[in-house]
Design a protein around this ligand. Structure first.
Ligand code: FAD
Ligand code: FES
Length: 368
């Protein structure tokens, strides 16, 4: 029998906002991965599997109950691999004084139900047959684990992983990675960096480790300082920026579960001062449907779509998470803010709908 969230924790029987992209999922179990990290495993309800499919490296947005604010929204990468089927797993590492991470580690138990938004994100390899150079710092291992499993078990690529942690007991998935390295000795190399032994990761140290694999497409995920030092190491090795994918683990400041999509869009108002310029002709492909619209020049794409009844995906609405990412297949848009897409994404025509205004007279976008 499923357990409802305790009322004191701010649970509500009301359907959450954020359109049809919210799923109420039952927790099938939790796993203590280390002293400060716990995986939460969700059952995929019958009939919702298609909407909950994901690519390795993508994330879920969880609604975490709060007595103070009703809830907060936080993103957690899927550490499970899509080809293995079955349940969805996210892995949460406690952040000192953090609200949601500690709430999830302390309170989530089997049978509990949580609201989540559908998988999203662009931190995902184009091909599982490519050779990859991956860097993970602490909880940054979660999307990396999904990608490693997918490449090894479903592709033909090889992976070299540099994995940094504070100390040995903090290494999430240590056993699973060791087993994979033993099972795929020619295709997986894991190099651990322990702060307790080697000190904080340095650009020079990472550069030396990464040099043999510098020609590969690179993926970086971890705390801000780790990301900076790793990106520097890759620049020193002349790895072009359009070969480097980066996932930033930030907390959302807005909450798609509490805000009315169109109310917020109205409150946000128009984003530019384009005067009487004629609207752009917009073609949108989403969920297998193609629609056309006249898109006002000063209206952000996501706001416009939501106001017009299109159930477009989103989470933060501030250019920080990539849940709203779509591909411009013709025409041009400009983004007002972009804290998440890298040159490698922009080169592929990926944009953030929540930050995009039309530039050309006609624009076509596609959600994949
Ligand atoms: C794409 C993406 C993927 C991510 N993947 C992972 C992952 O796989 N694993 C992982 O561990 N992390 C991941 N993160 C990071 C994660 O989303 C959170 O940022 C992280 O867990 C820290 O959140 P926190 O609430 O614990 O900490 P903070 O955000 O630092 O918490 C403090 C904040 O909570 C507020 N707060 C305090 N008390 C309350 C209260 N009672 N009610 C409401 N608000 C309160 C405070 O005002 C403050 O703003 C990911 C982030 C992104 C963007
Ligand atoms: S919704 Fe987060 S970047 Fe657009």
């Amino acid at each position: 029998m499923s357990e409802q969230l305790p009322a004191a924790a701010g649970a509500t029987a009301e359907p959450a906002l954020a359109g049809e992209r919210v799923h109420r999922l039952r927790v099938s179990g939790t796993v203590a991965e280390t002293h400060d990290a716990r995986s939460i495993v969700f059952e995929v309800p019958v009939g919702e599997a298609e909407r909950l499919t994901y690519r390795p490296g993508q994330f879920l947005t969880l609604r975490v109950p709060s007595e103070r604010t009703g809830s907060v929204a936080r993103c957690y990468s899927l550490s499970s691999a899509p080809h293995r089927g079955g349940d969805l797993k996210v892995t949460v590492k406690r952040v000192e004084d953090g609200y949601a991470s500690n709430w999830l580690c302390d309170n989530v138990t089997e049978g509990m139900e949580l609201d989540v938004l559908e998988p999203a994100g662009v931190f995902t390899p184009k091909s599982l047959d490519s050779d990859l150079l991956m860097f993970a710092g602490g909880s940054g291992i979660t999307p990396v684990m999904s990608i490693v499993l997918s490449v090894l078990e479903r592709g033909t690529g090889t992976v070299s992983l540099v994995y940094a942690n504070r100390d040995e007991r903090s290494v999430i998935f240590a056993g699973e990675l060791a087993e994979l390295a033993a099972a795929y000795p020619d295709r997986l190399t894991v190099v651990h960096w322990l702060e307790s032994v080697q000190g904080l990761p340095t650009a020079a140290g990472l550069r030396a480790l990464a040099r043999p694999w510098a020609g590969r497409e690179a993926f970086i995920c971890g705390p801000g300082a780790f990301k900076e030092v790793t990106a520097q190491a890759l620049r020193d090795l002349d790895v072009p920026s359009n070969r480097v994918h980066i996932e930033r683990f930030v907390s959302l400041s807005r909450n798609p579960f509490e805000e009315s999509a169109t109310g917020e869009a109205e409150a946000a108002g128009d984003a530019g001062a384009e005067g009487d310029a004629a609207p752009a002709a917009l073609e949108v492909e989403l969920d297998g449907q193609r629609n056309t619209f006249a898109w006002p020049r000063s209206k952000k794409l996501l706001d416009f779509l939501l106001e017009n009844g299109v159930d477009a995906p989103y989470s933060c609405r501030e250019g920080a998470c990539s849940a709203c990412a779509c591909r411009v297949t013709s025409g041009e848009v400009k983004m007002l803010n972009n804290d998440v897409l890298e040159p490698v994404d922009l080169d592929e025509g990926i944009v953030l709908a929540c930050q995009s205004l039309p530039v050309t007279d006609s624009v076509s976008v596609s959600y994949e």
